[in-house]
Design a protein around this ligand. Structure first.
Ligand SMILES: Nc1nc2c(c(=O)[nH]1)N[C@H]1C(S)=C(S)[C@@H](COP(=O)(O)OP(=O)(O)OC[C@H]3O[C@@H](n4cnc5c(N)ncnc54)[C@H](O)[C@@H]3O)O[C@H]1N2
Ligand code: MOO
Length: 452
């Protein structure tokens, strides 16, 4: 396990006061590791979990060559271009058991969808392409309606026995559950569920149920983060609102580090004066404080908070104040819960979660899932953008009259304004080196569906 200083030393041009969004992800990728414990789960309990072992197919799917249509099976070499073909029906192959018998030239077998192809036959004509001569047991296939091999499904065309059906690191979605079931397997080996603790900090933050008071705001971050974490399938340890008092903060961090793999907090990571959050993060852990070249979500902290057992080891870590002094740091590796100290502003919390925390947590869950592709849409409006930082604008993607995708922003983009986040169905990502956007330009959008 690497210390913050060791990771920082490896990052070219690491500057905690002006870190690009891409560098944040590189940093976090090095900071976090997948959990190691695994468990065997029945399929119905495995949705959203991550495979800890390859699923190797014990059988071939389908197990036999079979028919894709209700119709007649025959040897396709009898088809002649431009001519109809008349065949005598010598039996019926039903789904679920093999038809026994031989089929000579000029003969065919009536067959149902999914029934095993009789030996030597390779083609199925759907019933609708045939005419049956009344009562004499013959059918006629119209000219040029099919070719040899049509409507035959091959043994193993979905999966061959012994092949890897699903690789370790795969997040189990509905299709994957179905695929595992098609192999006859009732359980899968998955990584244990990740445990993530969350608390909000700040004296002005009210818990629901408290009466409103001047200067105070209700805690919304606790609910957005709960939603984001729950969608990710982790176990959420909710620690509520923690007031800005050293003893309370210390107890909350220690409790969280004991119980969770990762701790997420909101608030107290900027430069404000009455803030013990930063101080406590430094005291209890190995933490970097960043100013990220992005909007919203500039200030953020990341690192590790020690559990009580390894507290002594962590306490000996020196905290260099500049990037250059990281180079000489030779601290030993240590363990502890990973910390994501998010800024307090409600939209900044969601944006930093989606941009950085989510990919890091997926990695901790054992997932090898790469980031979902960004969608490209035409901006219906001009947007001012300074090169040198990444900006995330709340956007609403719709389908234009010509069927292409278009996007507009959803109003007030202040980093505390949740209503424009609610109206959005994605974040317009204006990349680090990108400049102003003109109406009609194509932009990238991180869509929420399937993510949050
Ligand atoms: N001199 C500077 N001031 C600020 C900077 C800066 O770089 N230099 N950055 C600004 C930015 S950007 C942000 S974001 C905030 C982040 O500050 P903190 O992380 O210390 O957060 P707080 O000050 O505690 O809160 C900011 C804001 O968000 C509201 N908040 C906090 N927690 C919650 C919650 N759980 N639910 C709802 N709303 C919450 C809080 O009331 C504040 O309005 O710093 C800027 N300042
Ligand atoms: O970064 Mo702050 O999060 O813009 O509001």
């Amino acid at each position: 396990m690497k210390t913050i200083a060791q990771i920082a030393a490896k990052l070219q041009g690491y500057d905690p006061q002006a870190l690009s969004a891409a560098d944040v992800n590189t940093f976090l990728e090095r900071l976090v590791e997948p959990v190691s414990a695994t468990e065997d789960l029945p399929l119905f309990s495995a949705l959203g979990r991550v495979l800890a072992q390859d699923v190797v197919s014990p059988i071939s799917v389908p197990p036999h060559d079979n028919s894709a249509m209700d119709g007649y099976a025959f040897a396709g070499d009898q088809l002649v271009a431009g001519q109809p073909l008349t065949l005598r029906v010598v039996g019926t192959a039903l789904a679920g058991k093999a038809w026994v018998g031989t089929v000579a030239a000029g003969e065919c077998v009536k067959i149902m969808t999914g029934a095993i192809m009789p030996t030597g036959l390779d083609t199925v004509v759907p019933q609708e392409f045939t005419t049956a001569a009344a009562a004499d047991g013959h059918i006629t296939i119209a000219a040029d309606v099919l070719k040899t091999g049509d409507n035959r499904r091959f043994k193993g065309e979905d999966l061959m026995e012994g092949s890897v059906a699903l690789a370790k690191g795969r997040l189990l979605a509905p299709a994957a559950l179905g695929l595992v079931a098609s192999l006859g397997l009732s359980t899968v080996t998955v990584y244990r569920r990740l445990r993530v603790a969350y608390f909000s900090t700040g004296d002005e933050i009210l818990s629901l149920g408290e009466p409103p008071r001047e200067g105070a705001v209700y805690d919304s971050n606790r609910y957005t983060v709960f939603g984001l974490l729950t969608r990710l399938g982790v176990e959420v340890i909710d620690l509520g609102v923690v007031r800005d008092e050293p003893e309370l903060l210390e107890a909350a961090f220690r409790n969280a580090a004991q119980r969770a793999d990762a701790i997420i907090t909101s608030g107290g990571v900027s430069v404000g004066e009455a803030d013990h959050t930063r101080t406590m993060m430094k005291k209890l852990g190995d933490v970097a404080f960043w100013r990220i070249a992005m909007r919203p979500g500039r200030p953020m902290a990341a690192g590790r908070i020690a559990t009580t057992e390894n507290q002594a080891k962590l306490a000996s870590i020196a905290y260099p104040s500049s990037a250059s002094s990281y180079q000489n740091d030779t601290n030993q590796p240590h363990s502890g819960a990973v910390l994501f100290g998010l800024p307090g502003n409600p939209v900044a919390v969601m944006v930093t979660f989606l941009a950085f925390v989510r990919p890091a947590l997926l990695r901790m869950m054992g997932s090898t899932h790469s980031a979902p592709p960004l969608l490209r849409a035409t901006s219906t409006e001009a947007m001012r953008k300074k090169p040198g930082r990444t900006e995330y604008q709340r956007g609403l993607v719709t389908t234009a009259a010509d069927g292409t995708l278009q996007v507009r922003t959803t109003g007030n983009q202040g980093s505390g304004v949740l209503s424009s986040m609610v109206q959005a169905n994605g974040l317009i990502v204006l990349h680090h080196s990108q400049g102003n956007v003109a109406a009609g330009d194509t932009v990238d959008v991180m869509v929420f569906d399937g993510v949050i």
